[in-house]
Design a protein around this ligand. Structure first.
Ligand code: NAD
Length: 330
């Protein structure tokens, strides 16, 4: 099986590529990544030693390149995106270009080349905030912020290629991922890299916002199950076992980083900060046998340990011109 992975030098994509190379069914993996501020070839590490992987530096917006690469691939797993909510509040245009137009370029080429399965990787944020209950795959799309709106649009574009042309599209929608080598702007790596240096962290509001936390390896197993056995035209929610308020998460991060509560400051809530996301993931559990396996506390400790061991991987990013000016929460 030959798989084209977009965004494979990013956080989740790189973990996914490395997990694919452990799968005996995989003959070749082609990674297409534009290496934006969030993409780093170092994330792929040992995958470069595997002759079954080819890395291509290029954009999903380059239709000629995408068309050329698509040939010979029976599976596409599409991660490439602008992925950070706070950046979308500053400027939504790159989100529309990459997430919406880029997805159209990919599905057009996938239709032409009769790709068997196109897995579009999306997010729980497309459902918008839920004050109570859980979102199922049939819940309405009510995204709040530009990032979530661009992902919702891309979900619909991908699914329209199934309805119009019969392309074997599956959509996965996961909750918040965490794990080693996440760009230090999302809340867990941001807080860990600050706490490890003894720097303060800021929590929005009273820390009452609720998120579900999913270890990146669990998400990759779910996405892989969908790539192998997902039913075309179907959406699969993927979540982990742990719903936490940001205050609870911060407390756990203080513990795993060995930092004290004096480093936490509560600041006024940011614009359009959805209070709670929650998803029902019964469908992927019952139909594809998915279960989250990773323990939250153990994996937060392992994640903090990774950042402690690998400062050369993240410290330069905090000084880069792409770093956000103020610490951002979720
Ligand atoms: P990331 O920001 O770490 O990585 C995105 C990757 O896409 C980078 O390597 C970047 O260089 C690449 N990219 C951006 N524009 C590109 C383009 N035009 N052409 C080719 N490559 C391009 O993101 P992530 O956190 O790994 O998220 C991956 C996917 O999963 C995204 O689609 C995101 O919406 C989705 N998702 C993420 C989370 C999460 O918690 N991180 C949760 C749910 C869904």
């Amino acid at each position: 099986m030959n798989v084209l992975v977009t965004g494979g030098a990013g956080f989740i994509g790189s973990h996914f590529v490395k997990s694919l190379l452990l799968d005996d069914d995989i003959d070749h993996v082609t990674v297409l990544d534009a290496l934006t501020y969030a993409g780093h070839v170092e994330n792929l590490g040992e995958a470069f030693l595997d002759p079954r992987m080819t890395f291509v530096h290029g954009s999903i917006l380059d239709a000629a390149l995408v068309d050329q690469l698509m040939a010979g691939h029976s599976r596409v797993v599409h991660f490439a995106a602008e992925s950070h909510v706070d950046r979308s509040l500053l400027d939504g245009q790159p989100f529309v270009a990459t997430n919406v137009a880029g997805t159209q370029v990919l599905v057009d080429a996938a239709v032409r080349h009769q790709v068997e399965r196109f897995v579009h990787v999306s997010t729980d944020e497309v459902y918008g905030p839920l004050l109570e209950g859980v979102a199922t795959e049939d819940s309405p799309l009510l995204p709040t912020v530009p990032y979530a709106a661009s992902k919702a649009a891309s979900d619909l574009i991908a699914l329209s290629a199934f309805r119009t042309y019969g392309l074997g599209v599956c959509v996965t929608r996961s909750s918040n991922n965490f794990g080693p080598a996440q760009y230090p702007e999302k809340i867990i790596p941001l807080f860990v890299t600050r706490l490890l240096r003894g720097e303060p962290v800021t929590v929005h509001g009273q820390g009452e916002h609720v998120r579900n936390w999913l270890h990146v390896a669990d998400n990759c197993r779910g996405i892989s199950a969908v790539m192998h056995d997902g039913v075309p035209g179907e959406i699969y929610n993927i979540a982990g076992g742990s719903d936490l308020t940001n205050a609870q998460l911060t407390e756990m991060l203080l513990e795993v980083c060995g930092a004290g509560p004096e480093l936490v400051t509560y600041v006024p809530d940011r614009r359009a900060n959805d209070l709670r996301y929650a998803m029902d993931w019964t469908k992927i559990a019952t139909r594809l046998g998915y279960r989250p396996e990773r323990d939250l506390r153990e994996e937060l400790a392992a994640t903090a340990a990774w950042y402690r061991r690998n400062p050369e991987r993240w410290a330069p990013l905090l000084q880069s011109p792409h770093a956000l000016p103020v610490p951002a929460g979720v």
